[in-house]
Structures are given as C-alpha cells and as structure tokens.
Design a protein around this ligand. Structure first.
Ligand SMILES: [Zn+2]
Length: 437
C-alpha cells in the first residue's frame, strides 16, 4: 500500500516537474480593432488552455489571461496597439512557473468573450478574445453633429397601466395607474434637471400603451435605460415593501412572480389590445441572443443600484432583483427593470403611495440609483463617459484615503474639490475626483 502511494507521489511529481512534453506556446498575437470591438488572436502551438479575470477598480482597466504550461514566443515590445480600447499588452508574473500571464490594459471596462478555435485552413490552434467597445473611429462618412457632441443619456420611464387599465386598486380605492404616473412625472423632472440625463415618458398621461409597444417606443428614442414604474398588490393586505423585477428567460419560479406575469397579461386585456396583437413568442425568439444576455446583465446591475437607494427611504419587500418574464422588459437594446414602489393592497402603504412627499422620495431614490448606474457604466459618447474619471460614487468600506490612493491624488485635493469640511464620506455620495497630482 505504501509502495502504491510512493508510486502515486512519484507520478504526481513527474507531472509537475516535466510539463515540457505537453507544454504549449504562444506563437503569435494579432489585434483587430473594429468600430465596436477589438479582437485579439493568440496563435497557439496546441489547443489553448486558459483562465482569465478582469480588474476594474482603477484605470487602466485590465483583462488578465493565464496560460498554464505555456511559453510566450512573442516579443510584446513590437506589438503596437492601434485600438482605441486596448492601451497596451504586457506580461506579468504568472502564478506557476512555466506559465504565461498576459495583461491587456484597457481604456474602458469590458466584458470579454474568449473562445478556443481548432485549426482551420491557414490557421492552427487559436484563442480568440473579443473586447466589445468602440475601438476604431468610424470612417467613410463625415462625423455628424451627434458624433462630435457629448450626448445625454436617455432614460425611458414607463408608468404602468393607464387608460382602461387601472392596475391594482387599493382598499381606499387608489388606482395604481394614477400613483405611478405621478411618480414617473416627478422622476422625469429630476432626470431632466440633471445635466447628463434626459427623460422620455412612455406614457405622459392617462391612456393605455400596449405592452409590446412600450419597449419599442423606448428603442425608437434610443433610450439607454428602461424603467417601468408600478405598485404591487396581493390577495391579502399583509405584504408590503418595494421590489424590483428584471427579465428572466424562464417563467417565474415564485408565487409573486407568476402573479406579476399573469397581471401583466391581464393588463393588455384590460387596456383593450386585440387578442391577435398579444403575442407570447418573445421568449423563444429574443432571449437567446447575445445582446439579450448583455441587456439582462446590465438590467440586473442597474436594478441593484436602484434597490440600494430605495432601501434608504422605504421598506423593502425584496432586497435582491427578482426575476420574471415580462413583456415590457424584453428590449435587447437597453437594460430594463420594473420597479414595484410598494403594495397598494397594504393599507399603510396605500396611504404612503398617495402622499406627495412619499411619491417625491420614491422618485428621488430611483433617480439616484439610475445616476449611480450611469456613473459606473456610462454609455460611449455620453457626458457621463467623458466625466467618468472625475466622478466617483462612494461604496461601502471606502474612505478618502482609499480613494486618494486609488485615483493617485491626495485627501486634501479631494476635500478641496468637493468643499468637504470633514473626512467623513457616506455610501452613495458622489465625489469629484481631481486629476492625479
Ligand atoms: Zn402594475
């Protein structure tokens, strides 16, 4: 038995010490920037094994790719980046000897897509890395005014229900459609006062808009975010609190989610949409696409920002984004969320939802959450994108000294820029960060 273990250990040592036989090598690296993507291709001697992670805490953002038991046969000094996105490609100390760690320095945060390709025609084994993001100036046409100017981000605000469809009705007879329209208008005003944002109301008065038309309207104005505003209801008066729903490509698994899905279908029935126009096919067609994945992931992220703000001013029913398949959330062009501002079926919350003060607070919280999201993920070419290095939203655990170190500046400089009398900063606070000294 002992001999057997000795044999196993010897074998393991052999595997560790003599990887040369199965070792791989990076033979060449090529980079292909396009208007909306940079592709980096690693030519490998054998099928690529790799792992990767991203570092998005500070500029330059980094994509780190580890190739185990792989030798780099390329001199990176001669590799020049002509991509607006990729600033530099360098090596770093790998975790294991005999391995290669490649660091791609990026101007923007990206969600990389990596895939291994088997030999084809003129190419051998390859690892292909796609980095979505503007990487090349568009050519072939003169820049339009839109291209030259910083644009505002557009937030589509969808006040639920309307017209023939009252939405949920509170015990005192409060209509959901009225409450959510007031909150939506207040939110639109706050957004329009922000120099970096503009609002687009999907419905601006008491009329019904087909569920499938709501995201389409937002797409037509090229909205960067879709926020549907609702108030919840349940069959018993007890449940209360706000929650946020994001799209799932499966039917909801919770009772509350199924209830919401059924209510949404009822919405079109009440709203007066002809049955032929009510389609349920969106699930199969759109949800498999890559852009849908991206829209869903971004929607979840944006929902988290708004949840954090709502949690400060109202009771929460759910502290995490909830999933359901809702027609209004199915745009692939932008992240979407549905905010349930509270339970209109709960007598206490019905009272709150009727009060102007609480409506303003809800609108303010949604506005702050949306703003935090765009500060963190500014779409290309927007005012937020061009200001990003100088703005920071304080997160849990951060102090002025942490931020000064991260942004290569001083505590005094941040305090001076923001007129701060003390060094106490609060989560969610937006700080101007001065340029490095
Ligand atoms: Zn509703």
């Amino acid at each position: 038995m002992q001999r057997f273990f000795a044999f196993v250990i010897t074998l393991l040592l052999a595997l560790v010490v003599v990887p040369a036989h199965g070792a791989n090598s990076i033979e060449n690296i090529r980079m292909w920037p396009s208007p909306d993507n940079t592709r980096i291709v690693f030519d490998m001697a054998n099928a690529a094994e790799y792992s990767y992670f991203t570092l998005n805490q500070s500029h330059p953002y980094r994509l780190v790719i580890d190739f185990p038991s792989t030798e780099l046969k390329v001199n990176l000094d001669y590799l020049e980046s002509n991509s607006l996105l990729v600033k530099n490609i360098r090596t770093s100390t790998p975790k294991l000897p005999g391995s290669t760690r490649i660091v791609v320095e990026l101007d923007k945060q990206v969600d990389p897509i990596l895939q291994v390709l088997t030999p084809q025609d003129m190419y051998g084994h390859r690892l292909v890395v796609d980095l979505p993001g503007t990487s090349l100036k568009r050519e072939g046409h003169a820049l339009s005014a839109d291209d030259l100017q910083e644009r505002k981000v557009t937030v589509a605000i969808d006040a639920g229900h309307g017209g023939e469809d009252p939405g949920s009705i509170g015990p005192r007879g409060t209509y959901e459609k009225d409450v959510v329209l007031t909150i939506s208008r207040a939110l639109a005003n706050m957004i329009n006062e922000d120099p970096g944002m503009q609002a687009y109301l999907i419905r601006s008065d008491d009329y019904y808009v087909n569920l499938n038309d709501r995201p389409r309207k937002a797409e037509r104005v090229k909205a960067d975010l879709f926020v549907s505003i609702h108030a919840d209801a349940f069959t018993t008066p007890q449940p209360r609190g706000a929650s946020i729903w994001v799209l799932s490509n499966r039917r909801a698994s919770t009772e509350m989610g199924r209830l919401l899905e059924n209510k949404e279908r009822l919405s079109d029935v009440l709203g007066g949409v002809p049955a032929v126009e009510m389609e349920d096919s969106f699930l199969n067609e759109t949800l498999v696409s890559m852009s849908m994945d991206h829209a869903m992931a971004s929607g979840y992220e944006a929902a988290n920002e708004v949840l954090a703000e709502l949690g400060r001013i109202t009771k929460m029913h759910k502290t995490k984004p909830q999933h359901a398949s809702l027609a209004v959330l199915t745009s692939t062009a932008m992240p979407s969320m549905l905010v349930e501002t509270g339970f209109i079926s709960n007598p206490t919350e019905e009272q709150l939802l009727r009060s102007n003060q609480h409506q303003q607070k809800l609108a303010r919280a949604i506005y702050q959450g949306v703003r935090s999201y765009f500060l963190r993920r500014p779409p290309d070419g927007t005012i937020f994108a061009n200001n990003r290095s100088s703005r920071h939203v304080v997160r849990s655990g951060e102090s002025l000294s942490v931020l000064a170190q991260r942004y290569n500046t001083s505590i005094a400089a941040i305090k001076a820029r923001n007129n701060l009398n003390s060094s106490v900063i609060q989560i969610g606070q937006v700080l101007e960060i001065p340029s490095p000294e």
